[in-house]
Design a binder for this molecule. Structure first.
Ligand SMILES: C[S@@+](CC[C@H](N)C(=O)[O-])C[C@H]1O[C@@H](n2cnc3c(N)ncnc32)[C@H](O)[C@@H]1O
Length: 212
């Protein structure tokens, strides 16, 4: 595959089968997934009927396993990443565009391992779009690993760079962390290097839409 000729969408459609067979990053990412599940668990909606929107979700079945699968929307621009056995509601869309979701209709918006494929401006626009479709009191969670060396990476994800945008939108900053996770060895995932020097940083930004 000529990488420089391939758009991100084509790339992910081509890689969907392998991604599925490896269960995303599988056991090798368990350390990251357990961090994600801990973060999600702290900010789940209080209403059991609320929808959770997972952006750039692929066929991730692991991160949101604390929530009713019927109330989860998996949004992705690569339709093959949205597996045909998907137990969630699949929506094919590009997060760089306006999202086909109603205003104030979702209890939580989240993304895992997506931020690094977006520029700072695109992240700010996505935060703005998330604020639009969140119910008051709902949370947005953006989590990613900034040390990843994937060839499609646009910019490292540093949660602190979104703090000004959170405040301009009138959202309440709940969490901004970058923690070092020690894995102990380098992991070649087939999707780019996973971490550097036997460890990797995982960053999490959480903001709440205020009641206005
Ligand atoms: C590294 S995978 C992560 C998948 C999943 N979130 C997980 O944790 O296993 C990145 C995903 O983001 C999707 N993606 C990348 N850029 C996107 C965009 N602009 N709009 C929608 N989806 C996008 C890809 O198709 C892919 O499924």
């Amino acid at each position: 595959m000529a990488l420089n000729m391939t758009t991100g969408k084509e790339y992910w459609n081509n890689e969907a089968k392998q991604w599925k067979n490896s269960h995303g990053l599988g056991e090798r990412a368990e350390n990251a997934r357990s961090f994600i599940r801990d973060e999600v668990g702290k900010f789940l909606p209080t209403d059991n009927n609320d929808l959770i929107l997972n952006l750039g979700a692929g066929n991730d079945f692991q991160s949101l396993n604390l929530w009713n699968p019927e109330r989860i929307i998996s949004l992705d621009y690569a339709h093959k990443m949205l597996d045909e056995d998907c137990i969630f509601k699949p929506v094919e869309a590009d997060v760089r565009d306006a999202l086909p979701i109603l205003d104030s209709s979702v209890g939580m918006v989240c993304s895992f391992f997506l931020m690094r494929y977006l520029s700072h401006e695109q992240r700010v626009a996505l935060l703005t779009e998330s604020d639009r479709l969140l119910k008051p009191g709902g949370y947005v969670l953006f989590i990613d690993v900034p040390d990843n060396s994937h060839f499609l990476q646009v910019e490292k994800f540093d949660p602190s760079t979104l703090v000004d945008a959170v405040s301009s939108l009138g959202m309440e900053l709940k969490r901004k962390v970058s923690t070092l996770r020690k894995v102990g060895r380098y992991v070649e995932t087939g999707f780019g290097g996973w971490h550097e020097g036997g460890s990797y940083v995982i960053g999490s930004l959480v903001a709440m839409k205020k009641f206005r």
